[in-house]
Design a protein around this ligand. Structure first.
Ligand code: HEM
Length: 356
């Protein structure tokens, strides 16, 4: 794996890797079809940082942050070529009752803070500015559960990379230099059958997760099944482990018997997250799937590109792209569009009116 980050400070990432917070709001929205709405969204890209600052200043130490991402179709509609090399529509995995489903969504907002009022106010301000240019199709308010426990009662996030390692695994570098500082993010909303899960003996739950429940210690390889969640989500590439950065949040409405986990995973390419989903839903080898899925159903799924902070703000200067053909969902990995000189022209002023 190429761990070289782009040199210099010209491409700092959005707030992808931040200290753990107590609250989060996840918003997935679709774009309105008209070009005025597209201009509204482009203009909004330049406003987000100031809105985060304005709301965040009201609670010193509140840890407010926001990450914004765009789907493959939204990128083509709003910004056109060039496009991030790895951006494609969300790929579904699995079959029958066990499917990582793809659901509509053009824009992702991942808002985090230590207090829900901060998240709520920022979401209100950001969506207010977007107005009718977008329609929210999914909104989840997540909370941090006792000692970082997921909805299924196990500590979640233990094996996350931290510090420089988190940056190396999540931030695009030389491999797609014009999009350096960006990341890819996959989200899935899961609903759990908590009655079924809680009916299992703790030892059975531990073999499903691959860790002890109370003390959060990894099971010894001699007793950890190859189908355990931690085994199937551990990736090895030529002897080196490939990690992703997760910040899952429990959510739910006990009165409606709704108990969920909002999965969110960041990486510098969609590939490792997709490989983990394939291992979980199809199995490694096929059939040796993640038994957590016998008690958890994915009801949403989306893949988004998160531009670097500088590129995100600069996107406001892009004009409406010339009609671009939408990526073929049957062949989603559309190659990036290159100039005659072989470069992707992002970061230059090409495409910005008045700078042709
Ligand atoms: C039903 C939703 C999910 C729940 C409740 C859940 C929960 C957990 C828990 C409790 C752990 C062990 C502690 C830790 O290292 O964080 C874990 C580990 C992990 N999960 Fe999940 N997870 C879910 C979905 C996913 C998905 C969809 C992916 C990736 C596509 C994923 C990737 C990982 C990874 C990479 C690890 C660390 C494995 C290791 O290095 O040992 N998880 N998860």
């Amino acid at each position: 794996m190429n761990n070289n980050l782009a040199s210099g400070t010209s491409s700092p990432p959005q707030a992808v890797s931040v200290p753990i917070t107590r609250s989060a709001i996840f918003i997935v929205a679709t774009l309105a079809p008209d070009t005025d709405s597209h201009q509204t969204v482009r203009d909004w890209c330049a406003d987000v940082a100031a809105l985060v600052r304005a709301v965040g200043k009201r609670v010193p130490g509140g840890g407010l942050s926001c990450v914004c991402g765009f789907s493959s179709t939204a990128w083509d509609t709003l910004f056109g070529a060039p496009r991030p090399a790895g951006l494609h529509p969300f790929r579904e995995f699995g079959s029958g009752d066990r499917v990582a489903v793809a659901t509509p969504g053009d824009l992702l907002l991942h808002i985090r803070a230590d207090r829900m009022d901060l998240c709520f106010e920022l979401a209100t301000q950001l969506l207010g500015r977007l107005g009718t240019a977008v329609t929210t199709v999914d909104e989840v308010h997540g909370f941090r559960n006792f000692d970082m426990r997921s909805m299924v009662g196990f500590v979640d996030g233990t094996e996350n990379p931290e510090g420089d390692e988190a940056v190396a695994f999540t931030v695009i570098g030389d491999e797609d230099a014009e999009f350096a500082g960006g990341s890819y993010v996959i989200v899935q909303k899961y609903l759990h059958d908590m009655d079924g899960w809680n009916a299992l003996p703790v030892e059975a739950q531990e073999r499903i997760i691959g860790r002890t429940k109370l003390s959060d210690i990894e099971l010894d390889d001699s007793i950890k099944p190859t189908s355990s969640h931690s085994s199937l989500t551990t990736l090895d590439e030529n002897g080196t482990e490939v990690k992703i950065l997760r910040d899952n949040m429990p959510f739910g409405r006990p009165g409606s018997r709704e108990f969920g986990t909002y999965f969110i995973g960041y990486a510098r390419s969609p590939q490792p997250i997709e490989q983990m989903m394939e291992n979980m839903f199809v199995g490694r080898p096929p059939g040796n799937y993640d038994r957590l899925l016998d008690f958890s159903r994915a009801v949403t799924g989306g893949l988004f590109f998160v531009p670097s902070q500088a590129l995100f703000e600069a996107l406001a200067e892009r004009g409406q792209p010339a009609a671009t053909s939408a990526p073929d969902s049957a062949n989603p990995a559309s190659p990036s569009v290159q100039n005659d000189d072989g470069s992707l022209n992002i970061g230059s002023l090409k495409g910005i009116p008045g700078h042709e």
